[in-house]
Structure formats: structure tokens, C-alpha cells
Design a protein around this ligand. Sequence first.
Ligand SMILES: NC(=O)c1ccc[n+]([C@@H]2O[C@H](COP(=O)([O-])OP(=O)(O)OC[C@H]3O[C@@H](n4cnc5c(N)ncnc54)[C@H](O)[C@@H]3O)[C@@H](O)[C@H]2O)c1
Length: 351
Amino acid sequence: MKLNIALLAGDGIGPEVIDQAVKVCDAVAKKFNHDLNWRPALTGASAIDAVGDPYPDETHNICATSDAVLFGAIGHPKYDNDPSAKVRPEQGLLRMRQKLGLFANVRPTFTFPSLIDKSPLKRERIEGTDLVFLRELTGGIYFGKRGRKDNGDTAYDTCTYTRKEIQRLAKKGFEMAEKRSKRLCCVDKANVLESSRLWRETVQAMEKDYPEVKVSYEFVDAVAMRLVQWPSEYDVLITENLFGDILTDEASVISGSMGLMPSASIGENISLYEPIHGSYPQAAGKDIANPLATVLSAAMLFDGFNLSEEAEAIRKVVNESLSEGIVTEDLAEGGKSYKTSEVGDWLASHI
Ligand SMILES: NC(=O)c1ccc[n+]([C@@H]2O[C@H](COP(=O)([O-])OP(=O)(O)OC[C@H]3O[C@@H](n4cnc5c(N)ncnc54)[C@H](O)[C@@H]3O)[C@@H](O)[C@H]2O)c1
């Protein structure tokens, strides 16, 4: 298969972790006889520095005309520490999601057998966890009307959802549940929020189209608690943007390190694959960041084209590297650790 892949390395550790994913993907392409055409483009703070825009038109054109996007991370302390900055790296991320129509963020949460004791949670609680969140990505409070009034002393943000937006996300959730253990949990706050009541009503109306899927409805505060108490009780969870943002970071604790968890953002025409972590600026340029979240995001990219053998080859070699202790310092616990680039080389050579 020939794939054109837009490569948005971004800021901080982005370029370093992306380099390792490219090495691994190229090794997979060689082994399985695919042709990968990488198309690098600017984004984030580095794009602001270069052309004054965190998501330049040229980058959008490259993304929109590719088969998929592999994304590193964006963000720089000079913007984090300056809330008054008019142009910001995150604006690029939000604009990219909107312009590419990336409406569903898919975040699998699972445990790695060799790392289970590194999780801050007890083994018996998390063993066997294999759940996936589908977070709505282009609606809700992050995109609603906001502002200040009363001379700046009152601030407001509004959460708006349309039935269509909910159906589009829920459809993906039902389809995913059908392929997995046929359990779907709709996470909302329907006892308080009108937008949540529309979520619940919409998903309830869709149940009849997926008779094999058993749907539960839970309040977000209860899920926040049960997620770390009994994560294996969940399979597919669907939720709106803000709740999903918070719950998916909470879920990442189950697997033990931010450096491990991949994600995909699905659109109607194109999907984007990215680690869940940010640009970890303290580690930028040091060759110490864990590249596995990005490498596993690349595995999801192959899954996206139904190349499941290729995706499995990546997951297998990642698990092997973990069992053999070929790990970056975040997982080494004071023992021997490897550089980001060494882990990438090891993975590529073992594909
Ligand atoms: N999608 C994105 O691009 C994205 C997501 C979150 C944060 N950000 C941005 O990233 C910058 C830093 O934010 P932050 O510090 O809150 O989050 P972060 O994910 O960059 O880092 C938080 C902590 O997680 C750990 N970590 C993260 N990635 C790791 C890796 N690959 N290997 C090992 N450990 C890793 C480190 O201990 C780090 O201190 C900010 O500018 C923020 O806006 C970007």
C-alpha cells in the first residue's frame, strides 16, 4: 500500500519521539512491502517562530491532501507563562482539529504485563484493563461562546452540542463496542446539564440500531471514581469534550506513564495519530523522552488502514522492549536506561 503521511513533529520532545516512530514505520514498510511517503510540516510554537501562525495554510494543505497525519506534540513555556500572548500554539491544535473535521478522539487504555507493578494503582485493580475512550473533540465548552462582562469581573464559557454531533460520535462508539465486548458507557452529567440530557436522549434513541450492545449511562463524577477503582468493568466509553479531556488523562495513570499512551483523532476523511502527552519541554533536546506513545500511535495508524498485522508487529516489539528493559529513564527506576534514539533503533531493528 502507498500512504502519504503528513508529519507534524511540533515542539519540545515532539521531533525526537516522531523520529523514532518514523524509524519503526519505515522498518514495518520494508518488512510488509509498503511505500510510506513522509510529508513534514510546521505546527505549534515552532510554526509561530517560523511564520507567525501555529497552523499555517501550507501545513493544512499538506494534511488535507495526505492519507493520515502523524503528530508529535506542541507547546512551549514562553506561551504557557504568558497568558496574554495573542497567538498561541494550542490555537493551532484546535484549528487543525476543526479544519480537518477531527471529531472523535480515541484513547485506548491498557496495561503492559511487564509494567503492571509500576502503576501507582494496585495490581489486582488494574490487571486486565482494556478500555477505550471516545471523546468528542470539536464541540462543547472549548468551542462555545465565551467572554467577560461587568468590567472583566465576570467570565463565562458555554457548552453547546447538537444532536448531529452527538450521533456522529456515538455511532463510532457503538461500532467499536460491537467489535469488542459489546459494552458501551455513555458518560454525562444529565442530572444537572441540559447538554448532557441531549447526549443521553440521543444515545438512548440509537440503542435500537445496535441490539447486541449493552449501554450504561453514568455520571461523570461517578466514572472519575470507578475508573481507578475498577477499570476492567469498562469497555467503550463515550463522552463530551471537557469530561473526556479530564477522564482520559486520569485513565492514563492506569498504564503507568504518560510516555506510553497513544491516541487517534478520527475525521470523516482523514485521521490523525498522536501520543497523549505534551511537549515535555524540560526534556527537549536531551534524547531522554519515552518514544513509545508515539510509536504505538503509529501502530494505530496502521490499524486505521486495516493493516492489523503491521500494527500487531509494532505492539509486539514494544512489549518485547519493555520486558527486556530497553526503556527510557522514566521507566528505568534508577536502573539502566536507554536514550530515546536507542529505543527507536532497537524497535526498528527488531520489527
Ligand atoms: N497534544 C499536545 O500537543 C499537548 C498535550 C498536552 C500538553 N501540551 C503542551 O505541552 C507543554 C507541557 O505540558 P505538560 O507539562 O502539562 O504535559 P507533558 O505531557 O508535556 O508533561 C507532563 C509530564 O509527563 C511526563 N511525560 C510526558 N511525556 C513524556 C514522555 N514522552 N516520556 C517520559 N515522560 C513524559 C513528564 O514527567 C512530564 O513532566 C505545554 O505547553 C502544554 O500546553 C500539548
